[in-house]
Design a binder for this molecule. Sequence first.
Ligand code: GLU
Length: 296
Amino acid sequence: MTASDPTRPIVGRFAPSPTGPLHAGSLLAALGSWLMARHDDGLWRVRIEDVDRIRDVPGMADRQLDALRAFGFRWDGPVLRQRDRDAVYQQALDRLLARGDAFVCHCSRRDLDAHDGRHQGACVASGVRSDPAIRLRVPVGTRVAFHDRVRGRIEQDVGEAVGDFVLRRADGLWAYQLAVVVDDAAQGVTEVVRGADLLDSTARQILLQRLLDLPTPRYAHLPLLLDAEGHKLSKSHGALPVDPACPLPALRRAWAQLGQSPLPQADEAHVFLEAARQAFDADRIPRHDHALCAAP
Ligand code: GLU
């Protein structure tokens, strides 16, 4: 089953990790995913990806939600929080284990360092750990191809590019790849729109969807914002935070970064968003990343 099934309503989503305030890159993902869904009268959902309890900053999720509201966004249904979903992830993992698609792995990072940091086929563990990881078995030759609405056809041999990847970490935390697949299905997501830094994860996610008999959404990966040296702007680089108290300039900038033609002046964020929703043209989204030399 794929998202092109006409009986399924269009559902987009924005899924921030609460590791820092919204920045220019996350606003671009929020706006792009909102437009892609709302332009076609679809639903738009929000999910807080607080699966990584080590990196998450307390209170940040609420700050991000407040910022989204200040930027004029409204979402459908309750906000899903990954930290509430251990039992659902466990069910998916049990299923993969029962079918032999997943396996317990005692390899440490140091064991794998001698093998390019990858786990491919056989465990090379030097000892038995009290806290083993669980990995997905991905033989070389496991190819996944998909059509990205911005970047076109993408194909990856997941076994060769990534190898047997982690589903549950040795520290007991759920891997992003498993959580995102289970949650996109739970939220009925048909359109995944996010930054191109996650393009490389998509084949892994489609593979998991197939093994778990879950539908595959459509994918669109948005241009990345780069600093003057060509590096991705990320929270760790102190990337351009956006100011929820002054939403219009940041919204206008994100709109331009999506390759869209300028809109008439608007006094309020929700007025801007409504005009943007109507005028949005997904075919204009650039395939290339943007160098952002200017300050916010
Ligand atoms: N939580 C991820 C982030 O904040 C996004 C994951 C996704 O959109 O699939 O970068």
